[in-house]
Design a protein. Structure first.
Length: 216
């Protein structure tokens, strides 16, 4: 409304539901040039993509398809799509064998490596004091999207990033092969399970296709 009134903007929106067994089903296709198209798609998405879980899991395990998620820039959907589900002191385990870098460009990659995924107050302070972040507010917002705000631990298991690289941006490191075995992720349905050590966890096969939150 503010900047693009004279542009011939067309919305082409899909709503895809991720079933418990991991199957992806297209539930809606919305095409048009009005606000109502966007709102209609959002209403359906709220019905099929938002999941309210009755109890708060101590551990949430997610897998990121290596053909889709190659950088934390996109793979961090694992964090901001599940943060409302994970309780204080919990743990998010991200199994992402396709992830090989941080940013979508070398410039953004460098900013992520320099500042890391810190808390919102820290990132805002970085922005206030550093012109390079002021000139790239998208990168600054991404740093906030990728933080747990200190509420829970993030264990990242990438394909090519090293332990030192992962730890330098504020996450804990793990080997994705070991985690796949521990949590027996192949063919696992979304929901509650127990790992090989008998510990309960909540599994999500692709957090990019939904929003998870706890009921209480």
């Amino acid at each position: 409304d503010r900047y693009c009134q004279n542009l011939p903007i067309i919305h082409v929106l899909t709503v895809v539901e991720s079933l418990a067994d991991g199957q992806k089903v297209v539930r809606g296709l919305f095409v048009g040039d009005t606000h109502e198209v966007f709102f209609a798609a959002g209403e359906l998405s709220a019905q099929v993509n938002c999941f309210v879980i009755d109890k708060t899991p101590k551990t949430v395990v997610v897998t990121m398809n290596p053909s889709k998620y190659k950088r934390t820039w996109i793979a961090n959907k694992a964090i901001y799509r599940t943060r409302m589900l994970i309780g204080d002191g919990g743990r998010l385990v991200i199994i992402a064998p396709g992830v090989k870098s941080f940013g979508e460009s070398s410039a953004v990659d460098g900013l992520i490596r320099k500042y890391g995924y810190r808390s919102t107050p820290q990132v805002l302070e970085f922005v206030e004091k550093n012109e390079e972040l002021q000139a790239n507010l998208g990168a600054a917002a991404h740093l906030i999207h990728g933080t747990s705000e200190g509420r829970f631990e993030v264990v990242y298991a990438p394909g090519e990033l090293t332990r030192a690289e992962i730890q330098s941006v504020g996450y804990e490191y793990a080997d994705w092969r070991e985690l796949l075995q521990r949590y027996n992720c192949d063919g696992l349905s979304n929901g509650w399970h127990r790992d090989t050590l008998g510990e309960e966890f909540y599994f999500i096969s692709d957090p990019g296709l939904g929003l998870w939150m706890r009921a209480e």
